[in-house]
Ligand binder design. Sequence first.
Ligand SMILES: Nc1ncnc2c1ncn2[C@@H]1O[C@H](COP(=O)(O)OP(=O)(O)O)[C@@H](O)[C@H]1O
Ligand SMILES: NC(=O)OP(=O)(O)O
Length: 316
Amino acid sequence: MEKLVIVAIGGNSLVKDNGRNTIQDQYEAVCETAVNIADMVEEGYNVVVTHGNGPQVGFALQRCEIANEVSGMPTIPLVNCVADTQGGIGYQIQQALTNEFAKRGINKKVASVITQVEVSKDDPNFQNPTKPVGSFFTLEQAGEMRKEHPDWVFIEDSGRGYRRVVPSPKPIDIVEKDAIKSLIEAGYVVVAVGGGGIPVVKSGENTYDGIDAVIDKDFATSLLAEQIDAQTLIITTGVPQVCINFGKPNQKALERITVEETKQYVREEHFAKGSMLPKIEASLSFLEKNGSSVIITNPESLKDAITNKAGTHIVK
Ligand SMILES: Nc1ncnc2c1ncn2[C@@H]1O[C@H](COP(=O)(O)OP(=O)(O)O)[C@@H](O)[C@H]1O
Ligand SMILES: NC(=O)OP(=O)(O)O
């Protein structure tokens, strides 16, 4: 089989800068990323795609909260909002890739797998929400919202504004991993663990219940990469390279770093919690198991990144 590469698409990288947040804009962003993924498939890579849903799951939650306030329509539990966004984004990726392959005459089929990811109900992260979802707000806007909803928690997100945060337990197992493996072996480009996967807890030996949370897709992707034995993990996000001193006058983009150097930068707190830090932690975890290399870059640099001409490369 060709080299197995897992590409994680950041939820924020699917949101256009025009402030409209429309589904059409999101599809355009998905189509742009699909061009880059098709380039990789044309180069002979066997690609598995995962994606985030941080902005989208927050929008979904906000929509049903507003509908509840305005018309009393029942709200949708967070776990179902994750499932809805996994399906909605997965559909767009699946269609965009299918169309791009057809346009180029690439003989590949695409399948999205509705993926449940097991977490522990005792995970301490349920008591300490850290996952930013939805839109960015000013400090004043966040303060106004907290007056109406004292239980909502906001954090500052990488200099981009304030965002609501929800619990984000660590993924333990991917329930549909065997189905994902079978589809890969059958030659499909598989889309899986969207939005970090639908969080579920074990209710019996082989039974599950949904639980309200948003799993970090970088951790879920790293776990999937390990379970399907991928060689390379690529995380696409809003920046072409990881930086030290990010957002400061002495900001420096990183091209190639070792695991040890990366750990040192983590200790020096160069990577923001809730945004770049989970990507770095997920990368280290992948490399410490069976992974051989990690690339972090933006979607438009994907093709150059796999030939070492762009991105940040983390190596053993
Ligand atoms: N050290 C850093 N280097 C580069 N980007 C950083 C760093 N720390 C924080 N960031 C921010 O983190 C963002 C990526 O996180 P985020 O947007 O939450 O991810 P996603 O693309 O998965 O939605 C980057 O676009 C950048 O704004
Ligand atoms: N679920 C998740 O981690 O989404 P983002 O990558 O969009 O933050």
